[in-house]
Design a protein around this ligand. Sequence first.
Ligand SMILES: Cc1ncc(COP(=O)(O)O)c(C=O)c1O
Length: 404
Amino acid sequence: MALHDARPPFAAIGGTVPPEFAALPTPCYLLDEAALTRNAEILGGLAQRTGCRVLLAQKAFSNYDLYPLLAPHLAGTEASGLLEARLGAEEMPAKEVHVFCAAYRADEMDELLRYADHIVFNSPAQLAKFGAKVKAAGKSVGLRVNPECSTQEGHAIYDPCAPGSRLGTTRAQWDAALAKQPGLAALLDGLHFHTLCEQDADALAVTLDAVEEKFGDLLPGLKWLNFGGGHHITRPGYDLAALEACIARMQEKYGVQVYLEPGEAWALNAGYLVTTVLDTLQNGDTSLAVLDMSAACHTPDVIEMPYRPPLLDAGEPGEKPCTVRLGGPTCLAGDVVGDYSFDAPLAEGDRLIFGDMAIYTTCKNNTFNGMPLPPIWALAEDGTCRELVRFGYNDFKMRLGHRA
Ligand SMILES: Cc1ncc(COP(=O)(O)O)c(C=O)c1O
């Protein structure tokens, strides 16, 4: 009898391959509606119990066909700039639109103001440049602060509090700016910080101490405090009670509306990437398989961040009898997903299912080497699969030249 893979990324499909998957084209992203709904219910419940408002950070998940599943549970969307702000305004109508960008362009500000409710600036200079205009448009103005409190080690690429970071205003930067322009503080409706990455509420509590220590004097009189993203709220074992205590602490002490803007948590463990083995090779001691998906093109975080995606029924290298290095069909030597072990050797035509593939995938993929973009499908609660969108030659070509 086949053992079921009990890991959380495969919980929504019962740790096994549903028969409906056999008909999917590969490679193919598959978004799991039941898992998305469960995540949304957890986040919506948090908002209801605490009075905080939870936004969807669209940089992690922006498959708007499925926004209707999330909409009843969220207060709005968070955008990284004009295009995401427009997407949020159009596809999540009647909800709040918040924007944080490390630097705004003057030529986009008027259009941005049509979509945005909250605009968060990264620096005092940007606040000085645009703050009055944003306020005059009736929008809420915020500043992203850098509490200079790293709660993660060894991952400078994820850490906005790393020395020399460009993200967020330090206390020293704020004091220097205020000495020159004392009117800046009056522009502020709220503060924002984003310092966490896939972390639990204990790291948030430590961060809040640092925020209070560095910026606590600014909080009384402000309307809101945005705790940013990186809260892994929907992962099994996350300490929800500690998060709720953090929210209550700031709301009660300062009278601010707390916002959270997680991305991952909305779509954590709520998607798959189904791929087929195109070829198998042996190079010395190394067994290899070339897949029809590319890490560099279809799961770029595997290369950039880097991380190792979970693969259904596969183990760590050496854990099962056959260890195979899985790579993509592109020219890039480093287009490798990782080394995984299996009960039996892989063969051409085998299907593999990567888990936790709804986040930072479809919104980051690319067509390097002319790799086609995989179609995006949805898995409904009743187990049926349907295609949301497919891509072809024009989606590759249109970004490269004229469209005559
Ligand atoms: C400003 C901001 N908000 C929210 C997020 C979402 O973070 P996550 O997807 O880790 O929850 C990010 C991620 O980088 C971010 O930079």
